[in-house]
Design a protein around this ligand. Structure first.
Ligand code: IPM
Ligand code: MN
Length: 369
């Protein structure tokens, strides 16, 4: 993907242990296609892997009352990567299982970077007028362990007229700094504008000035990288008006969550956008950014492309750049060919057919030297 600094090049035996969480809704079916593509690419690139499936998700919670045992987080540290489909089910209290599993993995493994590339592969997929593929090629670095996601706060006097709800947003110097440093390193490595844009809201939320100041301090150590700044509201406007203006952007957890859904739409939809939850040098987790889309569960209509791109990001992180690139190229070719005309559930292409197309095409790609 040319988007994340590769981590595990020291792993010389090129044999990987991957923990798989299919999860809820369309999660298991899109993950199946991701694993299909992985199994096609591994022999071509000369690496091996083994997968271990974890059954946790809403179904299991409804059956057993168990969310995810603490011991699983320790086990995950023994893997090379985690691959996750989607979590969420309307039959369960809102956010309960997502917080336990997705946020649980992010926080407990300290996966402090949420890397979200936004790239247009085929012009016909873009809802914006007159935008070329080269206009939409950016990557968001979303801080992934702080902000308003820390669950500091609560509700008092619930369901009374005196009810009080508090959610505090936490930003630490260390948290801002490591996200910002990652963004500058990434901008240096990428072959684009050598630019990092900080997205915050320090005009209205004064405490967010910690981001602005840390950005200036860290940025001063990268004289070869340009610094830009945008408030989150303006950044949303720029994403639509002039997406070509972005190269690497770094932002807080919640703003990063929101603006990358917008980003997914300008690259063609939630059916293509993937993400890496990364702690450089440690086991990291890769997932599509879309949700579990319960209404499409088991209908074989969901786009598996985002889950396949998550495999590409995972391989890049593992140091298998050539395999990552091969998947990305195959996927881009298929999209430009029009064989997958859209990335929503109405594309007319079945989930498993889309997976087959990409898995077949990876064998036809010449690996980059
Ligand atoms: C995402 C999701 C999660 C988030 C939810 C499921 C907790 O929307 O990965 O973007 O808000 O981070
Ligand atoms: Mn989200």
């Amino acid at each position: 993907m040319n988007s994340s600094p590769s981590q595990n090049t020291a792993n010389k035996n090129r044999s990987y242990k991957i923990a798989v969480f299919g999860g809820d809704g369309i999660g298991p079916e899109v993950v199946r296609e991701g694993l299909k593509v992985l199994s096609a690419v591994a022999p071509l690139e000369g690496f091996t892997y083994e997968t271990t499936e974890y059954p946790f998700g809403s179904e299991r919670y409804l059956e057993t009352g168990e969310l995810i045992p603490e011991s699983v987080f320790d086990e995950l540290r023994g893997f090379d990567a985690v691959y996750l489909g989607a979590i969420g089910d309307p039959r369960v209290e809102v956010g309960l299982v997502e917080r336990a599993i997705i946020a649980g993995i992010r926080f407990k493994l300290d996966l402090y970077i949420n890397l979200r590339p936004i790239k247009l592969y085929a012009e016909n997929l873009c809802p914006l007028k007159d935008k070329k593929c080269s206009d939409i090629e950016m990557v968001f670095v979303r801080e992934n362990t702080e902000g308003i996601y820390t669950a500091i706060g609560g509700i008092m006097k619930k369901d009374t007229p005196d009810e009080i709800a508090i959610a505090e947003s936490i930003w630490t110097r260390k948290g801002c700094q490591r996200a910002i440093e990652y963004a500058f390193e990434l901008a240096r490595k990428r072959n684009k504008d050598k630019k990092v844009t900080l997205v915050d809201k320090a005009n209205a939320i004064r405490a967010m000035d910690i981001w602005t100041r840390t950005f200036e301090e860290v940025g001063a150590r990268y004289p070869d990288i340009k610094r830009e700044h945008a408030y989150i509201d303006a950044a949303c406007m720029w994403m639509i008006k002039n997406p070509e203006w972005f190269d690497v952007a770094v932002t807080d957890n919640m703003f990063g969550d929101i603006i990358t859904d917008l980003g997914a739409m300008i690259q063609g939809g939630m059916g293509i956008a993937a993400s890496g939850n990364i702690h450089p040098g440690r086991v990291s987790m890769f997932e599509p950014i879309h949700g579990s889309a319960p209404k499409y569960k088991d209908q074989n209509v969901a786009s598996p492309v985002a889950a396949i791109m998550a495999v590409s990001m995972m391989l890049d992180h593992l140091g298998e750049e050539s395999a990552a690139k091969r998947i990305e190229t195959a996927m881009g070719d298929i999209l430009r060919s029009g064989k997958i005309p859209s990335l929503d559930a109405r594309s007319g292409v079945k989930t498993d057919q889309a997976g087959d197309m990409i898995a077949d095409h990876v064998t036809e790609i010449t690996a980059p030297a």
